[in-house]
Design a protein around this ligand. Structure first.
Ligand SMILES: Cc1ncc(COP(=O)(O)O)c(C=O)c1O
Length: 676
């Protein structure tokens, strides 16, 4: 049987055969998508090759035209010298070896790949990155990247618009975003910024700054919340600007001497003994980068409080309880994290409920930031945006889908504009090469608190002009040197495919359609194998990740169910010792855990796959080969449905159908003992 949380079970029965007939798509923009990727069969090789050669030549002319009067430093006959030839031979040999070795790579480009959060690369990004590489811009500052650093700032504004943040740099409260090496560092940047803004009012009090209305005590100063902190920062900046030069310098130094960034956590808290180290509240499904981030900042893993879920989405009631406890015990909260597209299940947290909680608790004296970790799901926001930046209604977004977006999902995306900062990864659902995560903050002004003056690199550190200021990017970001080519890739992609539903949105649209088709096909699979296997989609997919819980009929031993799924997965994972072509499909696994889902929801799922109460997963012992990794967990198959060609309308092939046919065959082989 297959069913979703709260949905009526679908009765099992005989197989209804393979998938529904695939008709050529009338989907608007479908033909444009044909030009976007190199393609599963490298169908667009001609386009990419022409672009690469054309722009490599263009780069060559640029070099030659720099000072054409300078003669070639490498003589034209150099290539005839034995040392030159030996070098080239070595180079060729190594490149051949590299190229041969890379043939063992995971075929992310193929619609047979449904494993992790990666797929084919968009040609605009790939071409822009390759084009830019020989210029080697360093986006640490405009000195080293006169062109691409501007592009990076523009990317921040493009993403801001997609999220519903102010994107006009003429506005004092305009958003700001920048690229990072990935989602992990973007989350770290969110923590850095939130901490700087939270602690700054405490420093102002400690420095006894005159003429500004300061909070009454340290607790109040530490709990102004994001907007309250910005208002105080603005008041301070204006006051400072009105002073003469020596006074300004004096007060800036005094405040600086009290800042957490100057003192370090230990000394800061020693001087403010009533303040405990602030906590980060995140759902239990949060990515492990949050744990890394808290360790990196010196706050410590203990400050990460994981909140339970309801149906794999953050439980708003549990958040309320946690905030209530924090308020009663004078435990400061740095931020609450909501996840938009969880790593394991693709589920969407109730961002709207989290920002509502922030707005409720702030007047009650508990101020904190709301950060959305949309490393995975960020680009789904394009489906919710019109070209003019306005939000689409649920009905508009839902046109052509069966159930997407659920009301809660629409509400979560609509609430993005009210959050304080967001992580979104171009190198995930943005289909761009690795090395491109992004951090975006709704209001750029607190970024000044992160500025790291390095006089030898930065000239306009205090520039009022938005663009001039952020051209000194290295001042504000965790990295120093950073790839300008990555920024060019993201910028060009967003220009070719603007971040609205009619352009970039066509990509996530395909993935959500694929997830709906997968979900439907899973129900038919469940009926087809009902004689030997219990199948359940543990929760309705919010976006484009779909999981399958499986248990052989008659089995009540969790260890055996887990071993069965792991064995299936062994055939779905990349194995460099085997020829790639032996693999029919690629998938991944994850686990369901009672501590994450709550015992009741966990039990519902176990019941639905025939696990009788006597042998609960939690704490169950087994006489079978038991893998300790799985104690208290149910191992499930996980499918990331990113590839735009999962349903190949040109040839009338559904790789989703083929996958389920394959799975059925493997399941039957295993259960009949024909496979070990
Ligand atoms: C929700 C979420 N946040 C953060 C990350 C970390 O991103 P990265 O691997 O780019 O550092 C991931 C990666 O899968 C993720 O899914």
């Amino acid at each position: 049987m297959t069913m979703h949380d709260g949905a009526a079970p679908i009765t099992t029965g005989a197989s209804q055969g393979h998938g529904a007939a695939i008709t050529p798509s009338a989907d608007p923009g479908r033909r444009m998508l044909d030009a976007c990727f190199l393609g599963p069969y490298a169908e667009n090789d001609g386009m990419l090759e022409r672009l690469v050669v054309e722009f490599l030549r263009d780069h060559v002319y640029w070099r030659r035209n720099f000072h054409p009067e300078d003669p070639p430093a490498i003589p034209t006959h150099a290539a005839q010298h034995p040392e030159y030839q030996a070098f080239e031979a070595r180079l060729r040999r190594e490149l051949h070896q590299l190229s041969a070795a890379l043939k063992k790579s995971v075929p992310f480009h193929s619609p047979r790949y449904m494993g992790h959060m990666v797929s084919d690369l968009l040609i605009p990004g790939l071409a822009a990155q390759m084009l830019t590489l020989p210029y080697n811009p360093n986006n640490v500052s405009e000195d080293a990247a006169p062109v691409t650093v501007d592009m990076e700032v523009q990317v921040g504004l493009q993403l801001a618009r997609m999220l519903g943040y102010p994107d006009d740099p003429a506005r004092a409260d305009c958003a700001f975003g920048h690229l990072t090496s990935g989602g992990t560092l973007a989350n770290v940047q969110a923590l850095r910024l939130a901490l700087a803004l939270k602690a700054f009012p405490v420093a102002l009090r400690a420095a006894n700054v005159p003429d500004i209305a300061l909070p009454d005590d340290d607790w109040a100063a530490f709990n102004l919340g994001h907007d309250g902190g910005i208002a105080l920062l603005e008041a301070w900046t204006e006051w400072l600007a009105a002073q003469d030069h020596p006074t300004r310098r004096l007060w800036r130094d005094r405040v600086q001497a009290q800042r957490l960034e100057q003192l370090g956590l230990v000394e800061f808290h020693a001087r403010h003994p009533t303040l405990r180290a602030p906590r980060v509240l995140a759902p239990v499904t949060a990515h492990y980068s949050w744990s890394k981030g808290l360790k990196l900042l010196g706050l410590g893993r203990d400050q990460l409080q994981l909140l339970p879920e309801r149906g794999m989405r953050l439980d708003a009631a549990a958040l309320e309880d946690a905030l209530d406890t924090c308020a009663r015990t004078c435990q400061p909260v740095l931020m609450v994290v909501a996840v938009l597209g969880t790593t394991e299940y693709g589920t969407v947290d109730p961002v709207d409920a989290v920002v509502d909680a922030r707005d409720r608790w702030r007047p009650r004296g508990l101020g904190f930031d709301v950060h959305v970790d949309a490393a995975w799901g960020g680009y789904l926001a394009t489906l919710f945006r019109n070209a003019d930046g306005s939000l689409r209604t649920r009905d508009e977004v839902g046109t052509g889908f069966q159930r997407f977006p659920q009301p809660a999902v629409h509400a979560a995306f609509a609430a993005l504009s009210r959050t304080d900062s967001v992580t979104v990864d171009p190198h995930k659902l943005g289909y761009l090469p690795y090395g491109a995560g992004a951090f975006v903050t709704r209001d750029h002004r607190p970024m000044a608190l992160l500025a790291e003056a390095a006089d030898y690199v930065f000239h306009a550190a205090t520039a009022d002009d938005y663009l001039a200021r952020y051209r000194q990017l290295g001042q504000f970001v965790p990295e120093g040197s950073k790839s300008g080519a990555a920024a060019a890739a993201v910028y060009v992609t967003h220009k070719v495919l603007p971040l609205d539903h009619a352009h970039f949105g066509l990509l996530p649209r395909q993935t959500v359609l694929a997830a709906e088709a997968f979900d439907e096909r899973a129900a038919r699979f469940a009926r087809a194998v009902a004689d030997v296997l219990h199948v359940r989609v543990p929760f309705a997919p919010d976006s484009n990740l779909v999981c399958l819980a499986l248990n052989p009929v008659g089995n009540t031993d969790p260890a055996r169910a887990n071993a069965f799924v792991r064995a299936l997965h062994d055939e779905l994972r990349s194995d460099p010792r085997q020829p790639l072509q032996l693999k029919q499909f690629f998938g991944s696994v994850t686990t369901l855990r009672a501590e994450a889902m709550g015992p009741r929801a966990m039990q519902d799922i176990l019941d639905s796959i025939g696990m009788v109460p006597a042998r609960r997963v939690a704490g169950a012992s087994s006489t079978l080969d038991h893998d300790d990794r799985d104690a208290g967990r149910l191992v499930i198959l996980r499918h990331t449905l990113m590839n735009p060609y999962l349903i190949d309308r040109e040839n009338g092939i559904s790789y989703i159908d083929l996958y389920f046919d394959h799975l059925e065959q493997r399941v039957r082989e295993r259960l009949s003992g024909r496979r070990p």
